[in-house]
Design a protein around this ligand. Structure first.
Ligand code: FMN
Length: 173
């Protein structure tokens, strides 16, 4: 009988990724004003709610990401929740691009960060806490302003974009 013990937990990386991908999420673009005349932004589905009182949200950014230094340095940023017809924006802000904001219609608000036109919801936040967490940096934001519209969101599931449809057994009261 071998004296070697099998590892108690042998998490397979691909199975871990595929399992996490079964958790359906919305899609956001997180933006900030970085220095006087430059903006940063990237596509994120790690956004989630944390606390109602105080109002806190979370998201995470890969530590190898080019915009990490900017998001660590800024005081405030915005979370733009994408609508069903904003797939091209989701793609653009997840890939290298000379200027991700070129031709994108937005305004800036209280946080001086881009609030992209046509979104489902917008939140403006200031940093509450940052925690290194493995290969990502976990951001917790204190929400200072938020607003939304009653339009269909863009959904991310199993590595693909989806449209959101009500379940047929869900009654509309
Ligand atoms: C649907 C979707 C969701 C994503 N969510 C995240 C995320 O939550 N955190 C992250 O670090 N990268 C995420 N990415 C990848 C980043 O958008 C991508 O690496 C981007 O290039 C990062 O920008 P930067 O390198 O300019 O900082 C996601 C990509 C897609 C397509």
């Amino acid at each position: 009988m071998s004296t070697e013990r099998a590892p108690q937990h042998s998490l397979q990386e691909q199975e871990f990724r595929d399992t996490l991908a079964r958790f359906a999420t919305g899609i956001t673009i997180i933006t900030a004003r970085w220095r006087d005349d430059a903006f940063v932004g990237f596509t994120a589905n790690s956004f989630n709610s944390v606390s109602l009182d105080p109002p806190l949200v979370t998201w995470s950014l890969a530590r190898r990401s080019r915009s990490l230094a900017a998001f660590e340095a800024v005081e405030r940023y915005a979370v733009n929740v994408l609508a069903h017809d904003q797939i091209e924006l989701a793609r653009r802000f997840s890939r290298p691009h000379a200027d991700r904001f070129a031709g994108v219609s937005f305004r800036t608000g209280h946080a001086a960060a881009p609030l992209i036109d046509g979104c489902v919801a917008w939140l403006e936040c200031r940093h509450h806490a940052l925690h290194p967490a493995g290969d990502h940096m976990l951001f917790i934001g204190h929400v200072e302003t938020c607003t939304h519209r009653e339009i269909e969101p863009l959904v991310w599931h199993a590595g693909r974009f989806h449209l959101c449809q009500p379940h047929p057994h869900e009654s509309e009261d």
